[in-house]
Design a protein around this ligand. Structure first.
Ligand SMILES: *Cc1c(COP(=O)(O)O)cnc(C)c1O
Length: 418
């Protein structure tokens, strides 16, 4: 079957060997998946989900009982006071934008304590000039870099002692950087350190790619508000768009009034048929996240065996679904990404090439043969074409499809070697 699919015997053997050494790692993933599945099922049952919740509203979207039950379920799973789960959010970037604009006022300071935020937020914050940025409204921005992939606890406390900060942003996943993803215990530790000196500052978490990777989420360890995309983990490839924000009731209200309008807030927002997708996506999410993690672990093992530099390593603790592979040269990075595209269900005949994407300084190559545009809970792989030539791979709706896609990529990579 493999050879019929264009995957060589050599690659098949590499995979069999790698997989045979991953049983312990896969068992750990299955355990987390079971815990998160129980969380989801309990939230569905406690909130009496029934077929009426699959209904839809149009126009203003008043009294959308399906939308309201989804938000109750998210609140229960995240142990938050309230939540906003909406298809009016285009994506994670949009939800982060609305959250920041909802919480910050002219003269306020936003402080990132995890270094430079995700690329798409640069114009939102005003790190890169844009006439619609937070900066253009008089919101100031400061940043404290990580030290050796951990927070600069001393500097954070020092800044908080000397200045009134309105919002602290913590981005857990790494974006296109080479740092490690920040695990939940580090986030917990830094929140304790923050609270020693400042009881009021709003602690906001960019939780993209981290949901259901472990059995704990940010609000239960003390964060005030957390944001994530539904074309990633919690949409499970079933939600066609959208994002969530969970947290304190008063903060969610501020965000809702920015998403819709002051005075209307959460009361409006037609679900336009998305309720069933959102519920089904959340229901599948623990398992799809587990498939993504297993695919990432297999990739890491194979690439290490082949002499490349994967991060995290196959047996390292994971805090998100992203797998980095350092190739060290442009050609290997490109061949690998093209191979991922060949192993995709959609547009498998397209050959991705590096291109000048808006907002990036270097050319970027992106492989994404996905059902949903931009969906990175489906197997996808991308990277800026610059040293040290790192591919960022994530997703897989099932482990089997993930594995086949990765083997196709490895085959395409090796085929081009002498
Ligand atoms: C993907 C991502 C975003 C943006 O989410 P989109 O849904 O792609 O807009 C923001 N922050 C981090 C850390 C991400 O990984």
């Amino acid at each position: 079957m493999y050879q019929e699919f264009g995957i060589s015997e050599k690659v098949e053997h590499i995979a069999i060997k790698a997989e045979s050494e991953l049983k312990d790692e896969f068992n750990k993933i299955d355990r987390i998946c079971e815990i998160n599945s129980m969380k989801v099922l309990k939230a569905f049952q406690d909130n009496n989900v029934s077929e009426v919740h699959f209904g839809t509203t149009t126009g203003y979207g008043y009294d959308d009982i399906g939308r309201d039950v989804i938000e109750k379920i998210y609140s229960q799973i995240f142990k938050s006071e309230d939540s906003l789960v909406r298809n009016q959010f285009i994506s994670g970037t949009h939800a982060l934008t609305v959250t920041l604009f909802g919480l910050l006022r002219p003269g306020d300071i936003l402080l990132s304590i995890s270094g430079e935020p995700y690329d798409t937020l640069h114009e939102v914050i005003g790190i890169k000039d844009n006439p619609s940025s937070l900066k253009s409204f008089g919101v100031k921005y400061e940043q404290i870099d990580l030290i050796d992939d951990d927070f600069d606890y001393k500097k954070i406390q020092e800044v908080l002692r000397n200045k009134k900060i309105k919002v602290i942003e913590i981005q857990r996943s790494k974006g296109y950087s080479t740092r490690k993803t920040i695990n939940i215990s580090k986030v917990e530790k830094v929140i304790k350190a923050i609270r020693e000196v400042d009881k009021d500052v709003i602690i906001m978490i960019d939780n993209c790619y981290c949901e259901f990777v472990t059995d704990k989420e940010p609000i239960e360890i003390g964060a005030d508000i957390a944001v994530g995309s539904l074309i990633k983990n919690l949409g499970a490839g079933i939600a066609s768009n959208g994002a969530y924000v969970v947290g304190k009731k008063d903060l969610i209200n501020l965000v809702a009034e920015r998403l819709t309008s002051p005075g209307e807030g959460k009361e409006v927002g037609p679900s336009l048929g998305a309720n069933k997708q959102f519920l089904k996506g959340l229901f599948f999410a623990p398992s799809v996240v587990a498939s993504s993690l297993k695919t990432a672990i297999l990739t890491s093992k194979i690439m290490e065996d082949l002499g490349y530099k994967p991060e995290p390593k196959y047996n390292e603790e994971r805090a998100d679904i992203v797998q980095n592979i350092e190739f060290g040269n442009a050609e290997d990075l490109i061949k690998y990404c093209q191979g991922i595209q060949m192993g995709s269900p959609i547009d498998s005949n397209s050959v991705p090439e590096p291109w000048d994407m808006p907002g990036y300084d270097d050319k970027v190559i992106m492989a994404a043969g996905a059902f949903t545009q931009g969906s990175s809970i489906e197997l996808s792989c991308d990277g800026p074409v610059r040293p040290p030539y790192i591919a960022y791979q994530q997703g897989a709706l099932t482990y089997q499809y993930g594995k086949i896609g990765v083997l196709k990529a490895v085959d395409n990579l090796l085929k081009n070697k002498k």
